[in-house]
Design a protein around this ligand. Structure first.
Ligand SMILES: Cc1ncc(COP(=O)(O)O)c(C=O)c1O
Length: 361
């Protein structure tokens, strides 16, 4: 472990690669020897354009994004896209479909209802969101403008990791799983999310959209949310979140240095597998999610002896393992193990959990 930094299992804003933070610190006062900070330069300068273009290219390379897709860097995190998506892709008289897979899907559904007519294609609410509704059960119709999914439910810890193309565009909130493993971009009409887990600072968002879907936004769509206008202006319709975009660029470079998405995907798979295996073998801890729907990014778990929850949190904190408290709607614990969480962090967590079990049986 880095001498100062602890293992941060928070769901977001989440841990970032230490080397990226060090580079940012190094450059903060005097960026590239110019005597000013990157925070202080105009987004219209050649220097900043270079950062922006390079970050987009690295993001495209990492995800093999075809040139027929626009890549947008946006304001307002993932949540603003909950309104931007129906405003850009549907209409007050139109119809869209949503899969209800938990907390974040529900918020997207509620927002979309303001701008279009929403049908629920499938839901796992009745089984308390213990699995992701299989794609074969989604009820869709050709007249729908899109189907929306949340392939990784950050709070519930359920995921849909393989998605097949549908006859209507699939729109997916990839906030907590973008860049964590291979995805076939062309299976989707649009992918979006907030940056604050696998990309960089909170507030920044990304949209990857099939260009064929651009150009028919509702008239009332605020201009900075209009995907066509954002694409036309290279995401600079107004001043973009310049610092966040710059940090994102560094995270993309870091990930390229790690061998890219397929390589980190293998590490992520291994990290998640060892934690699930440990939990499953134990009678002291449990994870209630159906195996085929388990997230490799967010792993919620319960202590059988609930009365030990606060002791677990205090002891883990004192052992340098931070932010393990589960979301209040689920209770228990949650380990978010995004790209920047090193495998040693997961090993340290498992070691701590073993010891805690032994001492508190
Ligand atoms: C899957 C998912 N969607 C949306 C959001 C909301 O993101 P933001 O707060 O950046 O708008 C989150 C935040 O954790 C999330 O995990």
């Amino acid at each position: 472990m880095h001498s100062i930094r602890k293992y941060n299992f928070g769901a977001g804003p989440a841990t970032l690669p230490t080397s990226v933070l060090e580079e940012v610190k190094e450059e903060l006062l005097d960026w590239k020897g110019r005597g000013l900070s990157v925070l202080e330069i105009s987004h219209r300068t050649d220097e900043y354009t270079e950062i922006a273009v390079e970050a987009e290219q690295d993001f495209r390379d990492l995800l093999s994004i075809p040139s027929t897709y626009a890549v947008l860097f946006t304001h307002g995190g993932a949540t603003l896209q909950n309104s931007a998506v129906p405003l850009n892709l549907s209409s007050p008289a139109g119809e869209v479909s949503y899969v209800n897979s938990g907390h974040w899907a529900r918020l997207s559904i509620e927002e979309a209802k303001k701008y279009t007519n929403v049908k629920i294609a499938a839901s796992s609410e009745e089984e308390n969101f213990s699995s992701f509704p299989p794609q074969s059960t989604w009820e869709l119709s050709d007249k729908q403008d899109y189907i929306h999914i949340t392939p990784n439910e950050t709070i519930g810890g359920i995921a849909l990791r393989k998605v097949e193309k549908e006859d209507i565009p699939i729109v997916a909130d990839f906030s907590s799983s973008i860049l964590s493993e291979y995805v076939d971009i062309e299976s989707f009409g649009l992918l979006y999310g907030g940056a604050q887990k696998n990309i960089g600072p909170a507030g920044l968002g990304f949209v990857i959209v099939d260009k064929e879907l651009l150009g028919s936004a509702q008239e009332t769509t605020p201009s900075p949310m209009n995907y066509f206008k954002l694409d036309e202006s290279s995401s600079m319709y107004n001043t973009p979140p310049t610092f966040s975009w710059y940090v994102a660029g560094k995270v993309f470079k870091w990930l390229k240095g790690k061998g890219g998405v397929k390589a980190i995907g293998q590490v992520n798979e291994r990290k998640a597998k060892k934690l699930y295996e440990f939990i499953d073998k134990s009678d002291f801890y449990s994870n209630k999610i159906e195996e085929s729907s388990r997230s490799i990014m967010n792993i919620p778990f319960l202590l059988e002896k609930e009365e030990l929850n606060s002791k677990f949190l205090t002891d883990s904190f004192n052992n340098g393992l931070l932010a393990l408290k589960g979301h209040r709607s689920v209770g228990g614990m949650r380990a978010s193990i995004y790209n920047a969480m090193p495998e040693e962090g997961v090993d340290a967590l498992i070691e701590f959990m073993k010891l805690f079990e032994k001492e508190n049986l």
